[in-house]
Design a protein around this ligand. Sequence first.
Ligand code: 5GP
Ligand code: MN
Length: 339
Amino acid sequence: MNKQDIIDIKQLLSSKKNIVIVPHKNPDGDAIGSTLGLLHFLLNTGHEATIIAPNDYPSFLKWLPLEHTIIKHDDKTNLCNSIIEKSDIIFTLDFNALHRTGNMETVLEKSSAIKIMIDHHQQPDDYAQYTYSDVTMSSTCQMVYHFLDKIEALKHLNKDIATCLYTGIMTDTGSFRYRSTTSTTHRIIADLIDKGADNTQIHNSIYDTNSFNRMQLLGIALNNLKIIPESRTAYTSLSQAELQQFNYKKGDTEGFVNYALSLNNIVLAAIFIEDKQNNIIKISLRSKGHFSVNELSRKYFEGGGHTNAAGGKSDTSIEATIEKFISILPLYNCSLNDN
Ligand code: 5GP
Ligand code: MN
């Protein structure tokens, strides 16, 4: 985003607009935190604004301020489409390719609204009039903070915005430990706490609301863990039957893949989760160091993301998907072993 873009956007937002804010499908803490943070700012500065999420998100996010106003496209498709059709501006947050919104792709593509992308994933598509893309950023929430700074709107930062942005920075940085966490991230976090973000409450609300079923499911995932030492890789899987046995709810498997990555001498980790409803295997990939799971996922599993965290999918069975994964590892043995 250059200087002229910032002038244009300030001008755009200087009069009341109908604005839609969109996160990616299966939104996570950063997607919901950033859209809500921006929503609070836009509503407080006199705009009509609505968050339309492609689908539902984990219940550990369902306490954030104004979260209850988020409309889900898969639930209220006609209403959502008509709001999108009437909008002047669409902010797309925490993704950079319209297909990441699933069934919303067509209506977003057709819309003549001005699109503004704020995102930190690799290789952004070119669909937005204004693109604020920075792959070095810890989170889209951190970028929303910088965005408010750029348009000279940080004076509007209040407790609600601070709470939403803190949440997404925390979840996308693994609680401030990934390499993308910089001294600037910490300075922003300090400012968010000064503005009223309650760090202990946020942490407890996100991480300490485990159901007994989720912990049992984690036990299964840990039990299914396999190691391929020559590729410094660990992976696990959950079948639909295993998910059902513990009454799986959205978000229950979040973070499971990190246990595989935490093993001594492992630099690549994966979890394969059977999704019978959508007839796919959902894959989460994590890595350490310079090994890019974004590239691996793009090449073999129709996905993408970041260097050290990416997702993808497969249309074959869970066994066939794991077999494919295992068969491609030797191609990467060199790079996995000198990581
Ligand atoms: P997760 O494994 O937690 O679902 O996702 C890890 C990262 O990869 C997140 O930043 C997420 O937005 C991104 N991601 C997950 N699934 C996909 C996918 O299917 N396609 C792309 N391009 N990115 C994905
Ligand atoms: Mn993110």
